[in-house]
Design a protein around this ligand. Structure first.
Ligand code: 6PG
Length: 265
């Protein structure tokens, strides 16, 4: 496992893993450590899970030893950083993915799972999710951990590049959750806003696969240089008072500079 330093200090911590097994284990260890520290500090941990296919092995790994035993399951409140507007039993649902791979196999108490009601019309799903978040974290939610993925177009959560066209820096000022439209089915989405993401105490971005290599290099270069003009959405996630960590497998890291790939030892 190689750890790229933060370079100019402003960039994220970058961790590159050689294969999916070690990627899953390292990410599971990272999640467990952040949750343990949050529970030690405040007696609770508020976690927002990522969608897409990348996190699946990480979720599964969390249900196995040593992480299963270490994670303080009863104290964790589970949320999602975005969701597709589909019913919960639809295989395209991010809730469905996490329920199958993580929440059902693990000792998660009733009432700790706060899903987006994707079966509702988007505006209603947004209102309901905002109310659910506020009921647990208040109206200025500071999540202990937000998990994110990244698309090949540099989107993250359901914040797609077109939202930032024309120099827009925050498409959803002053709100925590928003409805957006994806360029692919299912198009209707509900997502954390950029300000919600950047209020988090920890953001862990999980990226796997050669198809992400070019965009990962572009986004990490922007994050390390502090570039904010005309950058992909994933390069706009810079927690204001939190930690940003990127975990990539070797294929996704293939176009990173050597110092981030750990080639210099
Ligand atoms: C979603 C995700 C999205 C995802 C990326 C990467 O609902 O699809 O939230 O942001 O993380 O598209 O998806 P993969 O992990 O499937 O490549």
């Amino acid at each position: 496992m190689s750890r790229g330093d933060a370079g100019n200090g402003g960039g994220p911590r970058v961790v590159v893993l050689p294969d999916v097994a070690r990627f899953a284990d390292a990410a599971a260890g990272e999640v467990t450590g952040i949750v343990e520290r949050a529970v030690e500090r405040r007696g609770a941990a508020h976690v927002a899970l990522a969608g897409g296919s990348t996190p699946r092995p990480v979720y599964h790994r969390l249900t196995e030893e040593p992480w299963r035993d270490a994670l303080p399951w009863p104290e964790v409140e589970w949320f999602w950083s975005d969701e597709r507007c589909v019913p919960p039993d639809d295989p395209r649902s991010n809730y469905h993915l996490a329920r199958e791979a993580l929440l059902a196999p693990a000792p998660v108490p009733e009432g700790r799972v706060h899903r987006v009601h994707g079966e509702l019309p988007p505006a209603q799903a947004v209102a309901a999710y905002e109310a659910e978040i506020a009921s647990v974290l208040g109206t200025v939610p500071l999540f202990d951990l937000v998990l994110l993925g990244m698309g090949e177009d540099g989107h993250t959560a359901s914040l797609f590049p077109d939202l930032f066209a024309g120099g827009v820096t925050d498409p959803h000022p002053g709100v925590v959750v928003a409805a957006t439209e994806a360029p692919v089915e299912p198009r209707q989405r509900v997502t954390f806003t950029l300000s919600c993401l950047n209020a988090a105490l920890h953001v862990l971005v999980l990226v796997r696969g050669a198809g992400k290599a070019e965009m990962a290099a572009r986004v990490l270069a922007a994050l390390r240089s502090g570039e904010t003009e005309d950058v992909p959405p994933a390069a706009r996630v810079r927690p204001l008072n939190g930690e940003l960590t990127w975990m990539l497998d070797a294929a996704a890291a293939a176009e990173l500079p050597p110092e981030l790939r750990g080639e210099d030892g």
